[in-house]
Design a protein around this ligand. Sequence first.
Ligand SMILES: [Fe+2]
Ligand SMILES: [Fe+2]
Length: 231
Amino acid sequence: MITAKMSLADIVKQYPQTIPYLNNLHLDYCCGGHLPLDESFTDGSINLPSLINDLNDIASQPMPQNKEGVESIEDFEKLSVNEMLDNLEATHHVTEREMMDQIEKLLNKILIVHYPHHGAELAKIHNLFARMKADLEEHFAKEERLVFPLMRSNQHPDKETLAMVNELEGEHVDVGDMLKEMQQLTNNFTVPADACVTYTNTFKLMKDFTEDVFVHVFKENSITFPEYAEQ
Ligand SMILES: [Fe+2]
Ligand SMILES: [Fe+2]
């Protein structure tokens, strides 16, 4: 049963089938979703009783087959911390690197082709994506080469390792902010009326990439890192 005292992160942890619904509403369950619902939406932007109602409806339905990371969260929670770290590297890190390479090429392509009519917005998107890609590549390298190996060898966390884990969480917030900026710049990945197939594919891939990063960051912030800290 979902209540106003639960955070979005708690809800996704127990009911991963709510992810597509939260994605549609652009509600952040991964980087900023740690306050209880009744403390998160105090500005009146969300009708809380109806949100909770909808979420409970979805939570009462059976899990869909591997939709937007839903199944992967259920399986992920059963792993040990070391297995989780291996799994994150073998899945999200690999997939997202490939997606970023593809998106980078596609964005450059549509920037050139559509410059006459959409140059201003595409230049902003192209620039933001390049910065986000650089940040994420450095973040993945830090996890793979520095922090995850330390976590594997220090099963009982020391202060130093925990401080590094905290640093990673800070970087997740920065990436989350960039993704939200990207959603705004692209009007939630909506293509203009005169968009070609490549334009449409680029935005679709960027949307899939964004949702993959949300699941990735959620797993680290709300499952792996807290479990490690408790060890
Ligand atoms: Fe990661
Ligand atoms: Fe990370």
